[in-house]
Design a protein around this ligand. Structure first.
Ligand SMILES: Cc1ncc(COP(=O)(O)O)c(C=O)c1O
Length: 395
């Protein structure tokens, strides 16, 4: 009795595993500061909750179309049209159980065995696994801190080959928080313009930005419209991670129908009343979102400043999302650790601080700290980190 090769080689999400471990240790009474959260620590705004409750009361408890209720599809299209100058309709939007599932469907719909997908590193943990699950091959292209962890047109050009089918662009990025400017996006698109390569624009952090507005690659050139798929959702913007509603949106209606068909044979549809909550989210007054972004901006400034005061750690200042990408190589070497995985394990054991090692993001010399936690916890966590970094490993 054997399991498939597919699951034997599958890497479960390291970020979810670590967040679960931190929660379990805290439940046992360990005094921890967990910089692991991949989700806002705020509550879902009350009017969104109310809309979902109302939907339940009204008996909206049955199956919906596999690609989501038309009202939500239309509302998402309207939002995309407003922000990116398009004229899409509900036929251009596939609602899924989270952006993660939208991406899963997308790789299933786009890739044949051996097709290559260009993935800049460091990357969000799920891209390589989802590409493998679809029979594809991730082609990793490193980005450099001196380029602000952004892919250059030259590096993109070098990575493209005859089997390149898609390019994943995550801006703002998880784990670095790097956000591409319009000019940089234009540079990347110029490389792709005459090549049959899909652009998967993961814009899930599009509204959590601190140094100016977000630009989508789809908006930099009219020719980008036909080949770009926008992936986003309500999880991060509206503090709705557990609701599991996200989407993929594209000009190509054939692709959207294929995504709907895939959903029809897997989940049938995203949870019905959660879709009504998401509808309230994307159509509501954005004030609660602005307040959350302001809180994240203050935390970003605080954590960047505090980490800058810890010798041996070098942090990249993020422009979006709620993560700090920290180069720990100097501290690691000085303290006598061979890699960031073991450094992070000792940090947890000895100082009760939980960070995500960079190996899951494709870079073993870094760790990711989430700043989706209160300012007092950030201060305390960095104090513990500084004390830990000051100690040598006992061998
Ligand atoms: C870059 C990126 N894309 C997609 C997702 C998936 O979001 P969800 O499935 O909650 O909509 C995440 C969540 O952590 C993410 O960081």
């Amino acid at each position: 009795m054997t399991l498939s090769e597919r699951v034997k080689t599958l890497q479960p999400s390291p970020t979810l595993a670590l967040a679960a471990k931190a929660k379990a240790l805290a439940a046992e009474g360990r005094d921890l500061v967990a910089f692991t959260a991949g989700e806002p620590d705020f509550d879902t705004p009350a009017e969104i909750v109310e809309a979902a409750v109302q939907a339940l009361r009204e008996g909206k408890t049955r199956y919906t179309p596999s690609g989501g209720i038309p009202e939500l599809r239309r509302a998402v299209a309207a939002m995309i049209n407003r922000d990116r100058g398009l004229s899409w309709s509900e036929k251009n939007v596939h609602i899924a159980s989270g952006a993660k599932q939208a991406l899963y469907h997308l790789f299933q719909a786009l890739l044949d065995p051996g097709d290559e997908v260009i993935v800049p590193t460091p990357y969000w943990v799920s891209y390589p696994e989802q590409i493998h699950l679809a029979g594809g091959v991730p082609v990793f292209v490193p980005t450099r801190p001196e380029d602000g962890y952004k892919l250059t047109p030259e590096a993109l050009e070098r990575a493209i080959g005859p089997r390149t089918k898609a390019f994943v662009l995550n801006s703002p990025s998880n784990p670095t928080g790097a956000m591409y400017t319009e000019e940089e996006l234009f540079g990347l698109f110029s490389v792709l313009v005459h090549r049959p390569v899909w652009i998967i624009a993961d814009e899930i952090y599009e509204r959590l930005v601190y140094d100016g507005p977000h630009t989508s690659i789809i908006a930099v050139d009219p020719q980008a419209v036909e080949r770009t798929v926008i992936v986003s959702g309500v999880s991060k913007t509206y503090a709705m991670t557990g609701w599991r509603i996200g989407w993929a949106a594209a000009a190509d209606e054939r692709l959207i129908r294929a995504l709907d068909d895939l959903a029809s044979q897997s989940t049938s549809n995203p949870t019905t009343f959660a879709q009504y909550g998401a509808l309230a989210a994307v159509t509501m007054d954005p004030a609660p979102v602005a307040a959350m972004v302001e809180a994240f901006r203050r935390r970003r400034d605080l954590i960047v400043e505090r980490i800058a005061g810890v010798p041996g750690l070098r942090a990249f200042r993020p422009s979006g999302a709620f993560y700090l990408w920290v180069d720990v190589r100097e501290a690691m070497e000085r303290q006598g650790f061979p890699d960031a995985d073991r450094w992070a394990a000792a940090l947890l054991e000895e100082a009760g601080v939980v960070v995500v090692p960079g190996s899951g993001f494709g870079d073993a010399g870094h760790v990711r700290l989430s700043f989706a936690l209160g300012e007092a916890a950030i201060e305390e966590g960095v104090r513990r980190l500084a004390a830990f970094v000051g100690r040598r490993r006992e061998v």
